[in-house]
Design a protein around this ligand. Structure first.
Ligand SMILES: Cc1ncc(COP(=O)(O)O)c(C=O)c1O
Length: 607
């Protein structure tokens, strides 16, 4: 029977609430608390000249944008603001969008499409993530600030028509910054173009607050395609400029859908922006105050020095982050908890933001309040992303294709370098893959972990669970994995999935194995059969993985070697490694050892 919409929404809300992830809207009014939360870094939201400029714009041009810019909306102030912004950032042109979110959707969508490749830092803002996804380009996600991984991905994407590397200037949650000189070099080497979202760097860094790009000394070829200046942060207004060449602006006017199909921002915004850019350029002392106090706060909390105003205090658990933010609120501080989906699972915490108007005493009081909390703090670099990198999932294009043999090979290779374990979270059917692995590699009890669920029916997990009268709760798998990674310190964990990649755990709501992989953002390898039919199955599985922003670290082709399949996949699968695993006769530990002797699997365990 159909569940009424509101009832199902209430059910979802209850689950969010239980996980400490429910959000509520405040009134938006400033609280009496000391502001360590807003993005009003320079206090410009209340700047008298900016307010006056907005009022004048309202009086001269009216309230509304009237229509999209292409259909006659906006006014002369929009162009004036754009020219001012371009001049400030020493670029040819700028184009004003109603918000940073729309600017990012617009610029990435206009520059990348099917056949192109977008390279995105794992910690990029949601607007950049969504933009990359919507563009239909192939998306490569690299670990945060991991330029080695980025380099490998760029090297693999040689056949893409256009390559865009997308980063934030200062990361909005972690407060750190990429090495732009190196990024520019990589773009130059691999014929890629750089897009920098300067939301949290403009106004804070660079000459006259013109951002991180202006601050760095790029040598050789300049590969910058666009910068995005989100005006709702240091500028204290709203909207966002995409800054770049004249050709870029013309292109955006033709192609950026989030510019084309939206009403022009109010003249009040454009008027405010004109004054805000002047005020921001002049705010040298305020900029210095923000950076000095942010560094002081980080130093007091024993955290890595931030690049700008953002000091992350990562706790891990969402509930604890909320509790701490509430406790601080009661002590007179406004410091917001950040939780999934803003940050990855297990990386919840407080995003502390320092402003020019926070006094030294206030910074001192906050540091003391936090030092007294007794909450175990993980630094940004110690977050769960690192834990998950000790896991390696083994997914398959189908059932019965050799995942267990590949898992045994991986366990054989992994245990040469230290502790390693195998886990089959969901076992269906009477045969036990855990037992096979155990026998094959002569593993100890500690090396083969018991499944979370053993279901006798040889069927898809959802059907086997139904048959056994239970519900497979995928959240329990997530918790189980996190628990194992936390307790098995320094252990590499090989996780074998059940059946093919898209088999469901349950149908209501639909949850597939691949959804779990996506949520965990887990490192994985894909196993396929070697013979006829594998091209279609393998390429479909790769599409399904890539639709979830997952890149396998390797493809294993199991069975009698097939020359043309291997060659075709070499050319079009774009995976870093393809291994062929022939039928072993006999299939025993020494055969696996011998295979591992000839094939270096070590790279598969490294992020
Ligand atoms: C890095 C980054 N980019 C883009 C945006 C979106 O900007 P806006 O709030 O103007 O839509 C934000 C804001 O949260 C951000 O932090």
């Amino acid at each position: 029977m159909e569940v009424p919409l509101d009832e199902s929404l209430r059910g979802e809300m209850t689950r969010w609430e239980a996980a400490g992830l429910r959000r509520t809207l405040g009134t938006g009014e400033r609280s009496e608390r000391v502001d360590f939360a807003s993005n009003d870094y320079l206090g410009l939201t209340r700047h008298p000249r900016i307010i006056e400029s907005a009022q004048q714009a309202l009086a001269d041009h009216g309230v509304g944008g009237r229509a999209s810019r292409l259909l006659g909306g906006g006014c002369i102030l929009h162009e004036e603001a754009e020219e001012k912004c371009a001049e400030w950032l020493r670029a040819e042109t700028a184009l004003l969008f109603p918000s940073g979110y729309q600017a990012n959707l617009g610029v990435i969508g206009a520059l990348a499409g099917r056949g192109d490749a977008v390279f995105s830092d794992r910690k990029n803002h949601a607007s950049l993530v969504d933009a990359a996804r919507l563009s239909r380009a192939r998306v490569y996600v690299h670990n945060h600030l991991d330029l080695q991984e980025l380099e490998c991905q760029l090297a693999r994407a040689g056949s893409a028509a256009r390559r865009l590397v997308v980063t934030e200037g200062v990361f909005s949650m972690d407060g750190d910054a990429p090495d732009l000189v190196r990024l520019n070099e990589l773009c130059s080497t691999f014929d890629a173009w750089l897009i920098i979202d300067e939301a949290h760097s403009v106004g804070i860094l660079g000459p006259q607050g013109s951002g991180v790009w202006e601050e760095c000394a790029v040598e050789g070829e300049n590969r910058l395609a666009a910068r995005i200046v989100c005006a709702g942060k240091a500028l204290g207004v709203s909207g966002a400029f995409v800054v770049g060449s004249d050709e870029l602006r013309q292109h955006l006017i033709q192609r950026a859908r989030s510019f084309l199909f939206t009403t022009a921002p109010s003249p009040a915004i454009a008027g405010a922006l004109i004054a805000a850019i002047d005020a921001c350029k002049d705010a040298e002392a305020e900029r210095r105050a923000v950076c000095t106090k942010a560094k002081e706060l980080a130093h007091r909390l024993d955290l890595t020095e931030p690049r700008g105003a953002i000091v992350p205090w990562i706790i891990g658990d969402a509930g604890k982050a909320i509790e701490l933010s509430e406790r601080l609120f009661d002590s007179g501080f406004e410091a917001r908890a950040v939780r999934p989906p803003t940050v990855p699972d297990g990386a919840s915490g407080l995003r502390l933001v320092v402003h020019c108007y926070n006094s030294e005493d206030e910074v001192d009081a906050l540091a003391r309040a936090l030092s007294n909390t007794n909450v175990h703090v993980r630094t940004a670099r110690q977050n769960v992303a690192e834990d998950i990198d000790r896991a390696l999932f083994v997914a398959g294009t189908d059932t019965g294709i050799g995942k267990t043999v590949v898992s045994s090979l991986l366990l054989t290779a992994a245990r040469r370098h230290g502790p390693a374990a195998y886990w089959k979270p969901v076992q269906t059917g009477e045969d036990s893959d855990s037992l096979s692995v155990r026998t094959l590699v002569n593993a100890t009890n500690a090396e083969v972990l018991p499944p979370a669920w053993e279901l006798p029916l040889p069927a898809s997990p959802h059907a086997a669970a139904e048959d056994a009268g239970i519900i497979l709760q995928s959240e329990r798998l997530e918790e189980g994995l996190q628990g194992l990674l936390r307790t098995l310190i320094d252990t590499r964990l090989i996780v074998e999935l059940a059946g093919g990649l898209l088999v469901p755990y349950h149908l209501d709501p639909v949850r597939m194995q691949a959804d779990w992989l996506e949520r965990a953002h887990a490192p994985l390898v894909l196993v396929a059969r070697s013979e006829l039919g594998t091209l279609n199955h393998t390429l479909l599985s790769l599409e399904a993985l890539r639709a979830r922003h997952l890149e396998p670290r390797a493809l294993f082709l199991v069975g009698e070697p097939h020359a043309s399949n291997r060659q075709t996949l070499d050319r079009i699968a774009h995976v870093p490694y393809i291994f062929e695993v022939p039928p072993f006769t006999p299939l025993d530990q020494s055969a696996l050892e011998a295979w591992c002797q000839d094939h270096d699997l070590e790279a598969l365990f490294r992020p």
